[in-house]
Design a protein around this ligand. Structure first.
Ligand SMILES: [Zn+2]
Ligand SMILES: [Zn+2]
Length: 277
C-alpha cells in the first residue's frame, strides 16, 4: 500500500504519516529534506523515481506527504496500490498548532491574518492581495482534496486522542484499495440508483450469481412509458403517500425490474440481489 497525505497547513499530515511509520511499519518517502524532527524519509529526486521505487518494492508499505501538484497526484493515482488521504481541521486550532511549533523554532511568527491568507492560497490559489488574479483551481488543494479516498478531520488537542481516532479509522484496511465482492456490488447498486426516474424514491439493485452480474434494475415507470419524473405516473406526480390507491401507481420497484430483466431461467438458484435501500 502507498498512502499519499495532503491537507491544510498544520492539520496534522506528518502526524498521520509518523503514526503509520510507528504503528504500521510504513516507510516514509519524500521529495525534499524533512522539516519534521521524528521523520526520516527516503529522499527522491523526482516523483517518477519515487513511484518506481514503490512499484519495485510492491510488498512493502509507504507513505508520503509530498504531493503538491495534480500532475504528481495523477501519476500516483494510476496505480491500484495508491490511497489518498486528506487531513483538515478548524483554522483557529491549526493556527494554535502553528504558533506552538514556531515558538519552539524561534522563528518570526505569521499573524493570524497572514496564516489565513497563506491557507487560502494553498487551498484555493487565491490571494486577497491580487484578487484580480484568476484562481487556478486545477492545481489547488481544494481540487485534490475532493478526490481523496478518506478525509480525516483533526479537531484534537491531545496527540493521544488523535492516535486513538486514527486507530479506529482502520486506515490500512485493504478494502479501501480493493473492495470485497459485497461492497463492489453495493457500489454498483448505488450507481444503478442514479438511473432511477421515480419521483418518490431513488433505488437501484444488482442481481448477481456466482459473482457475475445477471441483471440490473432501478425504480421507475415500465419500459415504453413516459418516465415518472417527466409526468409518466399520475400517482407519483401528485405526490400521494405510499399506500393510497397504490393500484394507480405505474412505477416498478428496482428489484422487480432486475428480476424481469433476468427472467426466471437466468435468476436460478443461489442468486443474490443487492439493493441499496
Ligand atoms: Zn414513480
Ligand atoms: Zn407512481
Amino acid at each position: 500500500m502507498f498512502i499519499g497525505i495532503i491537507g491544510t497547513p498544520c492539520s496534522g499530515k506528518h502526524t498521520v504519516a509518523g503514526w503509520l511509520v510507528k504503528e504500521h511499519n510504513f516507510k516514509a518517502l519524500s521529495l525534499c529534506e524533512s522539516k519534521h524532527d521524528d521523520f526520516h524519509p527516503l529522499i527522491f529526486t523526482s516523483a517518477e523515481n519515487l513511484l518506481l521505487y514503490v512499484t519495485e518494492n510492491w510488498d512493502d508499505n509507504f507513505v508520503t506527504c509530498d504531493i503538491d501538484s495534480e500532475e504528481i497526484l495523477a501519476s500516483y493515482r494510476r496505480r491500484p496500490f495508491f490511497l489518498l488521504i486528506a487531513v483538515d481541521g478548524p483554522v483557529m486550532l491549526r493556527y494554535e498548532r502553528y504558533r506552538n511549533r514556531k515558538c519552539k523554532l524561534e522563528k518570526p511568527l505569521q499573524s493570524l491574518e497572514q496564516f489565513i491568507e497563506s491557507n487560502d492560497y494553498s487551498v484555493f490559489q487565491y490571494s486577497s492581495k491580487s484578487p484580480s488574479h484568476s484562481p487556478s483551481l486545477s492545481s489547488s488543494l481544494y481540487n485534490m482534496t475532493s478526490t481523496s479516498d478518506l478525509t480525516i478531520v483533526n479537531t484534537f488537542h491531545e496527540l493521544s486522542c488523535f492516535y486513538s481516532h486514527l486507530a479506529a479509522l482502520e486506515i490500512t484496511n485493504n478494502e479501501r484499495l480493493r473492495p470485497m465482492w459485497d461492497s463492489y456490488f453495493m457500489y454498483m447498486a448505488d450507481l444503478a440508483a442514479k438511473r432511477s426516474n421515480c419521483m418518490k424514491r431513488r433505488v437501484g439493485c444488482i442481481l448477481v450469481r456466482n459473482h457475475r452480474v445477471v441483471a440490473t434494475g432501478y425504480n421507475g415507470t415500465p419500459i415504453g412509458l413516459k418516465n415518472c419524473n417527466e409526468g409518466g405516473c399520475p400517482k407519483c406526480n401528485l405526490g400521494s403517500n405510499c399506500g393510497d390507491k397504490s393500484d394507480s401507481c405505474l412505477c416498478l420497484h428496482a428489484e422487480e425490474n432486475a428480476l424481469l430483466e433476468a427472467g426466471r431461467a437466468r435468476v436460478g438458484e443461489e442468486s443474490i440481489l443487492y439493493c441499496n435501500t
